[in-house]
Design a protein around this ligand. Structure first.
Ligand code: ZN
Ligand code: ZN
Length: 368
């Protein structure tokens, strides 16, 4: 029960335990005793209130800290989340630039570029879910501790427990009721979230007093956990899922059978294991050969400048029909090639169905 009807005009009058015998109607300016039923409810609630220890309705240090945190704007969490997103966004931009500069088939370039955006998407999803969790916990907390907002702007807020008008003087948003001694929060932010609160609840007085402090501390704990999870968990989950996706891509790329790049970027490199296919990269003066997952070859191998000039680069097509030995030792005739827009590990498919990295595969005619 939160209000009674005006005995004269029937308009709702908010009840307060601060004046049991007299109500004042805003509509018709009636002043006098409330209806009998409301009077009885008020009296029994008043007795209940007298038996309560006022300290139970006051906020302890932990609750005060929690309320202070909830009242502060959440922009700090948001700021940390946005800053944490920057590396992932940079990765996405890098993917687009790399795809634009790459000369492979368009489908490969689009697949590769979109893959680089996966971490950002995961980051945004996890981050916004956790951020919303923090918001929900703080909202519950503020609703639980807020004073009853004034019916008309400019009027005082009223005590959430007894309905008496609260005198707010000064800076502290937590105001102690002069009638019943309980604490309520008077602050624009808490007033805004508690706007659904229309009056005191005479039926749930004891419940409100005893549950309130524990509820506030519990909601504060949920908010803190949510904040920590958002700030630390979001980057970790985005990074972890990126690693997982890379491993996943390594498995699915051969199955999806992208077209291989047409670029001349491989060369035969003489190694102690024979003539092996190296993926050649040049940066400045330096020429390097990469041998994929072949860990028996020095990876990467720097090619001496004299030899680098004589390297004849080719695309994987020239290997079709040749007998090759994969890094795991399997031998066979190359029957197919698959591109790898994400991991950049193009595959040789042998006549026996086995496949392995093209880089690091060696000519099979030359034994170890
Ligand atoms: Zn009236
Ligand atoms: Zn009060």
């Amino acid at each position: 029960m939160q209000a009674c009807s005006c005995p004269r005009c029937g308009a709702p009058i908010p009840l307060t335990l601060a004046s049991i015998d007299e109500v004042r109607c805003r509509s018709c300016r009636f002043e006098g005793p409330p209806p009998l039923e409301a009077q009885q409810r008020l009296r029994s609630a008043h007795r209940e209130l007298e038996q309560l220890d006022a300290r139970a309705a006051q906020f302890d240090a932990a609750a005060r800290r929690a309320i202070g945190r909830a009242l502060r704007a959440r922009w700090r969490v948001l700021f940390v989340l946005v800053v944490g997103a920057l590396p992932f966004l940079a990765l996405g931009v890098f993917g687009v630039v790399a795809a634009a500069q790459h000369d492979g088939p368009v489908a490969n370039r689009v697949t590769g570029a979109s893959f680089f955006w996966v971490p950002s998407v995961i980051y945004a999803t996890v981050g916004s879910v956790l951020y919303a969790t923090v918001g929900a916990a703080r909202h519950e907390l503020l609703v639980a501790c807020s004073a009853v907002p004034p019916v008309r702007p400019g009027e005082p807020a009223s005590c959430a427990l007894c309905g008496a008008a609260l005198v707010w003087c000064g800076v502290d948003p937590i105001v102690r009721c002069q009638h019943c001694g309980s604490d309520s929060v008077v602050h624009p932010r808490s007033m805004a979230v508690a706007s659904a609160l229309r009056g005191i609840d005479l039926d749930a007085l004891t419940f409100r007093v005893h549950g309130r402090s524990e509820f506030i501390v519990a909601a504060a704990r949920r908010a803190t956990r949510g904040t920590l999870a958002a700030v630390f968990g979001t980057p970790v989950s985005a990074f972890g899922s990126t690693l997982g996706l890379l491993l996943f891509a390594k498995v699915v790329e051969p199955v999806l059978a992208f077209a291989p790049s047409e670029l001349d970027r491989y060369a035969w490199v003489a190694t102690k294991k024979g003539h092996c296919v190296g993926l050649i990269t040049r940066s400045g003066e330096q020429t390097r050969a990469y041998f994929g997952d072949n860990d028996r070859l020095p990876n990467p191998t720097t090619i001496p400048a004299d030899d680098a000039a004589g390297l004849k680069l080719f695309s994987l097509k020239v290997l079709l029909g040749r007998r090759m030995r994969l890094s795991d030792g399997t031998e066979g005739v190359v029957q197919g090639l698959t591109g790898a827009p994400v991991t950049n590990r193009e595959q040789l498919v042998l006549d026996g169905g086995e496949h392995g990295d093209a880089a690091g595969a060696c000519a099979a005619s030359e034994r170890e």
